[in-house]
Design a protein. Structure first.
Lengths: 312, 480, 313
């Protein structure tokens, strides 16, 4: 077993005493205490203000009249306050917010299901099955992450057109091109999950193998349950990604009845700067609100999930 | 906390589920039983609404008769979307693109030629003002028709002229009229500049009389006012480094030198956006601008007081144009040329309607384009947009009741022999971008005008030659 | 090949099959096609015509190509290390047990949820030379004093003084650093991944290090950094890929200006593809970009043997 150099270094200092036997130092030793923590709190507060300020500005812009949004110098407090902007956005017949949300949900849900499932299966193959060519294929996988989207976009078009002509399923002109590739794994998520699976001790699966468990069995009964938090991360990342994805819908969706939210936001932008910033900000806030709520609620699972879980 | 979390998540899930199941669906369009012509257009906001009136008119009259329904869709980056959709085999039937794309799209076969369809509808060269007709053609064929045309003119703020009457007179200039020569324009500009003194003794620009880079949309064509050609059609060579172009860019540079590059840049960063009431011309931080006739439309929508300077709008009814003009805080006049021998020089840009290659309803699409080009319809649309007419024949009513009191100026400019359009260069978008960058290098004092233009000429001539070479290879290959 | 080996191969490929299919259909075929296009004259609408290495020759002679490449590398040299360091710093702070921890975490992650159009607009305002928040702050007394001091120092070094107000997006010298600065606002994703890595460091290691008398800095250097080195590596790779493809924000904010100071590689690629309709030329650029990313990643992988430690095999 490869031991991290860190552990070696730490052990050198700690002498021969096994780690587990080292008594935990009392939680409130004077050295650990408070000046350090106060600095942390102060730093966090300051940074948070910096990070939140723009949102406050978004909120204030979303409550201004269009004219006031372009006031120079800009004012922080809206006057008059126009909460109707939100109604305007929700009821805008050109935008059809419920329809956009529905389209976005379809794409997001299918992408989440597809990516999580397929990426986990593939990641298991990469992490846990030692076969010839594994390393090479993994290198290929990493390389695919580096392919700029514009390169494959145009040929992709041709492929979807071809698929539409040669299968009974229509592709172009539907939302399918946006979620279908998700069912074939995404390189980033496969990479992420593989890194997790690598940290699951080999002894576990070896023991199961001895018990006559197949790889599929190990994957389903041991790895998948252990990786649940990690899968949650992939699901959340995917959900957020496809919720805000702009380039994909921009390229594959032409018909406004299939617009997603991120694309719909562009309706407020226009060529010569005639952007309705107040509505754009109101709509942006409406669009990110569910994601913010989701992240806030799931934040702990989310971060723990990225951390390797299970046995140490 | 747990309960709250569960509740919120449940609520989110419920909303999501509801939307997934019942979320707004589009009903069958009103185009039931009719051929639906999909029309993609660049405009948003007011201009889109105005075009939609024309579309509605069509759907209720000619469209109804002939079983055609036009579906208007506003979109940004319409040229790119049209192209991608065309490549994907799902193009719109009509695309509202820019004049800068005519040669480019035609050269790569992205649009359908319209000669036959136009001829059948009686739309020929003598139906149009020459500058627009030429702009719709490339390589001997017709690829587009005009929706709304324009001509660029000097727009000036009369109120600011009066405010600085003393300074203008001191410089030997008349505050009651716009400049007539380029030299005069420079002197007007200087007299109109104002500054605020900062505590440290530094001067900050408070208002500028004129800035070549505001809005700067026509910097690439500045040479036209100096008698330059950008392109020689006979030899197929660009003429970006023509001495007249260099003179034009020297003139641009002089403004940066006079005002100071840094203070000018700082001054400009205080400008509001074009389509807002904070537009620098509307708030009076820039006294003179190069703009098209649409300015009247934007002013009416964003700062109506500028169109009601002396008396209420109702009183304008029935007044002759010249007396109406007094009610506008701004005026429009031909932008003066460097060489007095060049009368009424202008660049005449326009918005086009084209039919992408592979459009499903070509004939029906052209029915709509032809409708927009009918004299009465074209005049209605262009009056709504405050623009001039693309057609040779212009009705008296159009001129008399046009919401733009300076319409005669634009009509005159558009018919002038010195009205110029986009050169028929198949890589024009690239040339225009490069010229824009050259102009930036010049006014940021990063390069001398001659150098910046020589660089642009070298790079783009190579690109153009390469483009031609490949077309030859392609033609050769296709013959085999 | 032994039977066991063959079994493992079949099994492995079975697990990889979803990706293998997707890879071939949605990546390999398009990439091969684009490789072919890079040797073609291709405008999307006409069939591609083979022209040999013409696109690559034209690229080599195109000053804008080199300019966009330089811009991208300079930007990456600023944004990449800064992003990795700042996000690590933030993660370390967010890993402390303080009241309201989850609120802070959410706040730091928020910006990565904002649609690009909205965040670009926001920063246009923040960076505005005349009225923006940043320059307004720089005009306050403490910052004025700091700039004065800095200028004194620059004077001693015979360097030109810092001119205020700074034209963040309008001055060609400042535009790239400004965009790099802005990129720090969106480090949420990276922070989250670091945080996860930090949670994975066994507490006992810190405790024994502490018993050993190691201060905060030594604990960071000798325990934290080595223990989360795989995470750093992961973030490094993602950052290489991300920064070399930077596109949307400068596209919306500066359009590449002033005077192409923020014209990035992907922007020129995109313009060639969709504004100038030179798909072949764009494909050649894409391939150069791909090779560049691969080369940098290969260097990272090669170096990783020296500094990345995995806990199990």
């Amino acid at each position: 077993m490869a031991t991290a150099q860190a552990e070696k270094r730490a052990e050198r200092g700690g002498g021969a005493v096994p780690r587990s036997v080292v008594p935990r130092p009392a939680r409130r030793t004077p050295r650990r205490a408070h000046p350090e923590r106060w600095v942390t709190v102060l730093a966090l507060l300051l940074i948070s203000v910096g990070f939140v300020l723009p949102f406050v500005w978004m909120l204030s812009t979303s409550l201004k009249t269009l004219d006031r949004t372009m006031e120079m110098p800009p004012r922080f407090l809206p006057d008059p306050v126009v909460p109707q902007n939100y109604l305007t956005v929700l009821q805008n017949p050109k935008l059809n917010f419920p329809l956009l949300t529905r389209n976005t949900l379809i794409v997001a849900v299918l992408s989440v299901v597809g990516t999580t499932l397929s990426s986990a299966i593939v990641a298991y193959g990469f992490a846990k099955i030692r076969f010839r060519g594994n390393g090479t294929l993994f290198g290929v996988l990493l390389a695919t992450m580096m392919i700029p989207f514009p390169v494959i976009m145009v040929p992709l078009f041709g492929i979807f057109r071809w698929l539409g002509e040669h299968t009974p399923v229509p592709f172009l002109g539907t939302l399918t091109p946006l979620w279908l590739p998700a069912f074939f794994g995404s390189a980033f998520n496969i990479f992420l999950l593989r890194q997790f699976f690598l940290t699951i001790p080999a002894e576990l699966s070896e023991a199961a193998q001895v018990d006559g468990c197949s790889d599929w069995g190990i994957f389903r009964r041991i790895v998948l349950p252990l990786a649940r938090p990690a899968l949650a991360v992939v699901a959340l990342f995917t959900f957020m990604g496809s919720w805000n994805d702009f380039m994909g819908p921009l390229v594959f969706v032409q018909d406004p009845s299939q617009y997603t939210l991120a694309l719909g936001l562009q309706t407020f932008q226009s060529q010569h700067g005639g952007t309705e910033w107040n509505l754009l900000m109101a709509a942006s806030l409406l669009v990110i609100l569910p994601v913010i709520v989701l992240f806030f609620m799931a934040q702990k699972t989310f971060i723990q999930g990225i951390a390797t879980t299970g046995l140490k | 906390m747990r309960i709250v979390r569960a509740l919120v998540l449940a609520a989110l899930a419920a909303v999501a589920g509801y939307l997934l199941l019942f979320g707004g669906r589009t009903g069958a369009g009103p185009g039931r039983g009719r051929v639906v012509v999909r029309y993609w257009e660049k405009w948003t906001g007011k201009e889109a609404e105005q075009m939609m009136q024309i579309v509605d008119d069509f759907n209720n009259t000619v469209g109804k008769e002939k079983g055609i329904y036009v579906q208007y869709l506003s979109m940004s980056n319409v040229n790119q979307k049209t192209l991608v959709a065309t490549a994907a085999g799902v193009p719109p039937d009509v695309a509202g693109l820019w004049d800068t794309q005519v040669a480019q799209f035609a050269a790569i076969d992205a649009v359908e030629p319209l000669d036959d369809l136009a001829a059948r509808h009686g739309i020929t060269a003598d139906y149009y003002k020459p500058v627009y007709w030429e702009g719709c053609r490339y390589d001997g064929r017709l690829w587009a028709l005009v929706s709304t045309p324009a001509a660029v003119a000097l727009h000036y703020n009369k109120r600011l002229f009066l405010e600085r009457a003393k300074e203008l007179r001191a410089a030997g200039l008349d505050p009651d009229r716009p400049p007539r020569t380029l030299d005069e324009l420079d002197r007007y500009a200087t007299a109109l500049d104002t500054f605020t003194e900062l505590p440290g003794g530094k001067k900050q620009i408070a208002r500028s009389g004129y800035l070549p880079m505001e809005p700067g949309w026509y910097l690439a064509y500045t040479g036209y006012w100096f008698g330059a050609d950008l392109y020689d059609e006979k030899t197929g060579r660009l003429k970006l480094d023509d001495p007249k172009m260099v003179r034009a860019f020297e003139w641009v540079k002089n403004y940066s030198v006079r005002l100071g590059k840094d203070s000018m840049t700082e001054f400009r960063s205080g400008f509001g956006q074009f389509a807002s009431s904070q537009n620098p011309f509307l708030v009076g931080t820039v006294a003179m601008e190069q703009q098209g006739p649409w300015m009247a439309n934007y002013i009416e929508n964003l700062k109506p007081s500028m169109n009601r300077w002396r008396f209420p709008k109702e009183k304008e009814k029935g007044l002759p144009l010249a007396s109406r003009q007094a009610n506008y805080e701004w005026g429009a006049a031909p932008f003066p040329a460097a060489d007095p021998a060049l009368g009424d020089v202008t660049v005449a840009p326009f918005d086009t309607l084209m039919i992408p290659k592979g459009a499903r309803h070509k004939e029906e699409a052209f029915e709509f384009i032809a409708y927009v080009n009918r004299q009465d319809v074209s005049e209605k649309l262009n009056a709504l947009h405050c623009k001039n007419s693309p057609l040779r024949k212009v009705s008296d009513a159009f001129l008399r009741s046009h919401p733009n009191p300076y319409i005669a100026v634009f009509e005159r400019l558009a018919t002038s022999p010195n009205a110029r359009g986009v050169p028929p260069v198949p890589i024009w978008p690239e040339v225009a971008d490069e010229l824009g960058v050259a102009a930036q290098r010049v006014y940021l004092l990063e390069a001398e005008p001659a150098q910046a233009l020589a660089d642009a000429q070298k790079r783009l001539q190579e690109k153009l030659d390469e483009f031609r070479k490949r077309q030859r290879i392609r033609a050769g290959g296709e013959r085999e | 090949m032994t039977r066991a080996e063959r079994y493992r191969l079949a099994n492995g490929l079975a697990f990889l099959s979803p990706w293998l299919v997707g890879f071939v259909v949605f990546l390999l075929v398009p990439v091969v096609l684009s490789f072919y296009y890079s040797f073609c004259d291709y405008s999307l609408l006409q069939a591609p015509a083979f022209i040999g290495g013409g696109n690559y020759r034209e690229l080599a002679a195109d000053p804008v190509f080199w300019k966009s490449l330089t811009n991208t590398l300079v930007y990456a040299a600023m944004a990449l290390p800064a992003g990795l360091l700042v996000s690590l710093g933030l993660a370390l702070l967010l890993n402390q047990r303080v009241p309201g921890q989850s609120v802070y975490r959410t706040i730091i992650f928020l910006p990565s949820l904002v649609p690009t159009v909205a965040s670009a607009m926001l920063w246009l305002w923040l960076f505005n030379a005349k009225l923006g928040l940043i320059n307004t702050l720089l005009e306050t007394a403490p910052f004025r004093a700091a700039i004065g001091g800095l200028n004194g120092l620059l004077g001693l070094l015979r360097l030109p003084p810092l001119q205020t107000p700074i034209g963040w997006l309008t001055d060609p010298t400042w535009a790239l650093p400004a965009l790099a600065l802005m990129s720090l606002w969106g480090v949420g994703h990276t922070v989250v991944i670091y945080l996860a890595g930090l949670q994975d460091v066994p507490r006992e290691l810190y405790e024994s290090a502490e018993l050993d008398g190691a201060g905060a800095w030594r604990r960071l250097r000798n325990v934290t950094i080595p223990m989360i080195s795989p995470v750093i590596f992961f973030n490094l790779i993602m950052a290489i890929i991300g920064t070399l493809q930077v596109f949307a924000v400068p596209y919306i904010m500066t359009g590449g200006g002033p005077a192409r100071a923020t014209y990035f590689f992907t922007m020129y690629l995109y313009d060639n593809a969709f504004t100038y309709l030179k798909m072949g030329y764009a494909s050649a650029m894409a391939w150069i970009q791909l090779l560049l990313v691969l080369a940098l990643t290969a260097v990272a992988f090669w170096s990783s043997k020296r500094w990345v430690h995995y806990q199990s095999k």
